[in-house]
Structures are given as C-alpha cells and as structure tokens.
Design a protein around this ligand. Structure first.
Ligand SMILES: *[C@@H]1O[C@H](CO)[C@@H](O)[C@H](O)[C@H]1NC(C)=O
Ligand SMILES: *[C@@H]1O[C@H](CO)[C@@H](O)[C@H](O)[C@H]1NC(C)=O
Ligand SMILES: *[C@@H]1O[C@H](CO)[C@@H](O)[C@H](O)[C@H]1NC(C)=O
Length: 189
C-alpha cells in the first residue's frame, strides 16, 4: 500500500467515524431553506388601531396585580394588567376587526409612566387568520411615538423581525380608555 493511499484510508475512516458520532449525538443539522418552502423575504407594513378598554363591564384590560407602592406612586409603579384588546382597521371600534392584542403590560418605571409591553397580535382575517406577531418593548405612553421591537411571529409571520410604532389616537382621561394607532414594519417570508 502506498503512503498516500494509506493516508487516504485513515482520513476516510476518521471522517466516517465522525459522521457516525455526529449521527448518534447531534440533535441539530443544517437544512436548505427551500425545505421549509421559504420564498423571498419580504417587508410588510401593517396599520391598525388597538382599543385598550380599562373601564366598565366590557373592559379588555384588567388589573391583576398591584402593590403597596402603586397607590402612592405617581407612575402606578408595579401594576400589572392582562389584555385582550380589539384590533380594528380604523379608529372606530365598530370598524372591521383584524384580531386581538393578547398579553400583559406593567408599569415598569419609577420616574415616568412607562410600560413594559409583552403581548401577541393575534390576527383573525384572511390569510393572516391564526398568525401572530410577538411584541416585547418599552412604552413610555406620554411620548408621541413609542417604538417596540417585534421579536418574532408565527404562521405567515414565521421568522418575523421588525418594529411597531404606537401613537395615542384618543384617550379618555377620566376612564383611562384609549385608542392607540399602530404602524408595524416586519420582515418575514
Ligand atoms: C358592553 O357591550 C355590550 C354588547 O356589545 C353593549 O350592549 C353594552 O352597552 C356595553 N357596556 C358598556 C358599559 O360599554
Ligand atoms: C389602592 O387603592 C385602592 C382604591 O382606593 C384600594 O382598593 C386598594 O386596596 C389599595 N391597594 C393597596 C395595596 O393599598
Ligand atoms: C379563522 O380560523 C378559524 C380556525 O381555523 C376559523 O374557525 C375561522 O372561521 C377563521 N376565520 C376567518 C375569518 O377566516
């Protein structure tokens, strides 16, 4: 056996044993993106209104936690609300429904009214029906425009990344009910 051939045999044997080891231990592997049927990545702009109803019998935002400091805090620091807020095409709550915003927000700043938002948009119309986008971000509600990251998505929004911009369209200072305009920009497939 020539020297070169011997080396080739040893190399092949090593490679084979590595493959075997890989097979028995690895739980991840690279796959071509076509295997998930992914086409071109695209950028979508979504525009809608969120109805945050904190008062009355039909409230969709419910305070579930508070603490000794909340009542004396100028920012109601540490209050936690669970939301299932309506999303519509226009600012009128009777305009076409697009889905819900489901999740929680909490007052997370001692010095200004700023919320930690952690919620999913759950879309219920057309090809978006059942698809979601996940938002996790900071919402200083008295700023004109608040920007929050889109950290992911499901359904047509698999692999989503982007950002959401919130503007208060209307707020009833007595009840706290608000209509918030959202512009959402997402990359997805
Ligand atoms: C709650 O919703 C029902 C059904 O849409 C409506 O008839 C009622 O007026 C609402 N109540 C309040 C307090 O907004
Ligand atoms: C805060 O104030 C509300 C309304 O006055 C009261 O019901 C609640 O018990 C208070 N909470 C605490 C933790 O003091
Ligand atoms: C959305 O999907 C649900 C569950 O699959 C279905 O019951 C519902 O009719 C669909 N709605 C629309 C508007 O397509």
């Amino acid at each position: 056996m020539s020297h070169t051939l011997l080396l080739s045999v040893i190399f092949a044997a090593l490679t084979f044993s590595l493959l075997l080891t890989g097979e028995s231990q690895d739980f991840t592997k690279s796959i071509p993106s076509e295997s998930l049927g992914l086409g071109e990545e695209k950028l979508s702009h979504l525009h809608f209104y969120l109805h945050d109803i904190v008062s009355g019998r039909n409230a969709t935002a419910i305070r579930v936690a508070t603490s000794a400091i909340s009542n004396t805090s100028a920012t109601r620091f540490s209050d936690v609300l669970v939301i299932d807020d309506l999303l519509t095409v226009g600012p009128d709550p009777s305009s076409k429904q697009l889905g819900r915003a489901q999740g929680i927000y909490t007052s997370a700043s001692l010095s200004e009214v700023s919320l930690l938002m952690a919620f999913n948009y759950v879309f219920t119309v057309g090809k978006y029906n059942g698809s979601t986008l996940s938002i996790l971000g900071r919402n200083p509600i008295f700023s004109d425009v608040r920007e929050m990251p889109v950290v992911g998505g499901s359904g047509v929004f698999r692999f989503a990344r982007g950002y959401a911009q919130a503007r208060t369209h209307f707020i009833d200072w007595n009840s706290g009910d608000a209509v918030v305009e959202y512009n959402v920009y997402v990359f997805h497939y």
